[in-house]
Design a protein around this ligand. Structure first.
Ligand code: ATP
Ligand code: MG
Ligand code: MG
Length: 559
């Protein structure tokens, strides 16, 4: 605790820091602790922390906890985890700083600053109802109408504001408004509310306060107190910038802030097709059981993406590829997936798995036959060495690698055709067995001697198909979760659509698969399963009970 608070600045403390090192860039990531972070927040984290890192500056993690009802310590904890997982830190023990802040630590300043504004004639207590305030705000084409309380004596406003703080007035009975200009073409400048009454318990300040600052008032003050130089936000806040500047100019005129003052910059929100990112909607998916929790691998939350197998580097790559711009766009989900493939391809170990197994019998091998086969751990890293697994008489192959009646250009197994069993021999299909329902249960082949991969003359028999397999005797059984898009519509919450109408009923398929013997299926291991995609062992996976999640297929399946 001691150390954290040592870093929390009063206005003077920050100014000293700023003065020593005025050129240094300082950014902040300011989440509200009212939900789990999602991929959009990842963009903001990577921009804010990434810029600070690239320019030798600092980035603050600041909880914007000015809205007591929906906030909770659970969210504070998960947000910290997610930022760290993405590869960033707000704390540096060697350099002795900890840039972790809570807006609620500034409530006293915000209150004092509000009193200064009232005394200076720049704010007043309005006793109109919230409904009346809305109605007199005007519209884009109509100017607003001055409140009857707008010119009340300063002393009256001071007394009422004090009483608001003391909890003497009910919610909604009055509010503190900045006194700017009800005729402004910018609606946000028409005397915005800066404090409202909320008889609510706050997750950190408890019942100390019955008034809470509005986000638009609190945020510029937080930035200024912390000496932030670049305050990045999404484009919706562009129209708030005049108020941001107005407020900071006023407070510095009053001698409450010193220069340089922070500046707000806007960038476009990240929108991705086929997902929703609104916290309210994500909460609904969790609470109503459409997914298995915040970290369900189908969720666009950072914890969900992580469980799905997304790496911090893949998310940083994704955000870097998009760049920072002001153009609002809806990104294809496949761009995110490609970033993961590009990150994993050079580093992920390879393994073989069979997801939809059918038995293959090599009829010209003896029952107890065993021969070691070798494959690279990762073809991009010869130095990583090779893995070994046995060839036996009976194997599992993918059901789709055999056709009784092959379509045109089908080069895998069908009666009479030859294919290579990858890392082993060329085999010729000699027949198959069907059960009473007409389903193929076994495929029969004969291997062709002297064709083993990696031996001289192995390519004496030319084949066009190369199929993966595992020995039925040694394969490891596993539950594999195959994920598809959570929503069938590219913009499930646009217009007046109800996003729940577009849930994909097949977004999760569980299969019983067979894995290459010897692979470590404890939580967190990741592989490329050859020909199938990238996979990760789920946090619940163990050696005894492997549970594997497919992160992404090898090729784009979204087209
Ligand atoms: P939501 O609308 O999903 O509830 P929010 O913007 O209210 O999100 P905050 O916790 O206030 O959530 O966001 C913290 C920071 O993350 C803000 O600076 C915000 O601009 C940024 N952010 C949130 N969503 C996105 C997004 N989709 N793209 C880029 N930045 C985002
Ligand atoms: Mg917000
Ligand atoms: Mg929001």
């Amino acid at each position: 605790e001691g150390k954290r608070w040592a870093g929390v600045p009063g206005p003077a403390a920050v100014q000293e820091k700023g003065a020593k090192d005025p050129a240094r860039i300082r950014t902040r990531f300011p989440p509200e602790p009212n939900g789990y972070l999602h991929i959009g927040h990842a963009k903001s984290i990577i921009i804010n922390f990434g810029l600070a890192r690239d320019y030798g500056g600092l980035c603050h993690l600041r909880f914007d906890d000015t809205n007591p009802e929906k906030e909770d310590q659970e969210y504070v904890d998960t947000i910290q985890d997610s930022v760290k997982w993405l590869g960033f830190d707000w704390e540096n023990k060697d350099k002795n700083y900890c840039n972790l802040y809570f807006a609620s630590d500034y409530f006293e300043y915000m209150y004092e600053f509000a009193i200064a504004l009232i005394k200076n004639g720049d704010a007043y207590i309005d006793q109109q109802s919230p409904e009346e305030m809305r109605q007199t705000r005007g519209t884009l084409t109509e100017p607003g109408i001055d409140s009857p309380w707008r010119n009340r004596p300063i002393e009256e406003s001071l007394t009422l504001f004090q009483e608001m703080r003391e909890g003497k007035h009910p919610n909604g009975s009055m509010a503190l408004r900045a006194k700017i200009n009800m005729q402004s073409p910018n609606i946000n400048m028409r005397d915005p509310v800066i404090y409202r009454i909320r008889h609510a318990s706050h997750h950190r300040t408890g019942d100390k306060w019955s008034i809470y600052p509005m986000y638009t008032y609190a945020h510029p003050i937080e930035d200024a107190l912390e000496g932030i130089t670049h305050s990045f936000c999404t484009l919706e806040f562009e129209d708030q910038r005049p108020f941001y500047d107005w407020l900071l100019a006023k407070l510095s005129e009053l001698g409450l802030l010193r220069h340089p003052l922070p500046h707000q910059y806007e960038f476009s929100r990240l929108n991705i097709k086929h997902i929703v990112t609104s916290k309210r909607k994500l909460l609904q998916l969790v609470n109503e059981g459409f997914v298995n929790g915040w970290d369900d691998p189908r969720m666009p939350t950072i914890v969900g993406l992580r469980r799905r197998g997304y790496t911090p580097a893949s998310l940083r790559l994704f955000v870097e590829r998009l760049g920072v711009s002001k153009s609002d766009s809806h990104i294809d989900y496949s761009v995110l997936e490609q970033a993961l493939r590009d990150d994993l391809d050079p580093i992920a170990p390879r393994a073989v798995a069979v997801l939809d197994p059918i038995k293959l019998v090599i009829t010209n091998l003896p029952e107890d036959y065993e021969e070691a086969c070798f494959a690279p751990i990762n073809p991009h890293q010869p130095e990583a060495g090779r893995r070994e697994f046995p060839l036996t008489r009976e194997l599992w192959i993918e059901r789709d690698d055999f056709r009784e009646d092959p379509p045109k250009k089908y080069f895998r197994l069908f009666p009479g055709n030859t294919v290579r069993l990858k890392y082993a021999y060329v085999v010729r299909c000699t027949g198959f067995v069907k059960n009473e329902q007409g389903k193929v249960t076994e495929v029969h082949v004969e291997y062709i001697p002297d064709t083993k991969s990696g031996t001289p003359g192995s390519d004496s028999v030319k084949v066009k198909g190369n199929i993966t397999w595992v020995s039925t005797k040694y394969a490891v059984p596993a539950t594999v979760n195959l994920y598809d898009r959570l929503f069938t519509d590219p913009a499930p919450d646009s217009g007046d659509k109800n996003f729940l109408d577009y849930l994909n009923p097949n977004s999760l398929t569980q299969v019983q698969a067979w894995l290459e013997p010897g692979i470590d299926t404890t939580a967190g291991h990741q592989w490329q399963f050859e020909r199938l995609g990238y996979f990760i062992a789920d946090p619940d996976s163990t050696k005894e009970k492997p549970i594997i999640n497919r992160s992404v297929t090898l090729r784009d399946s979204w087209v």
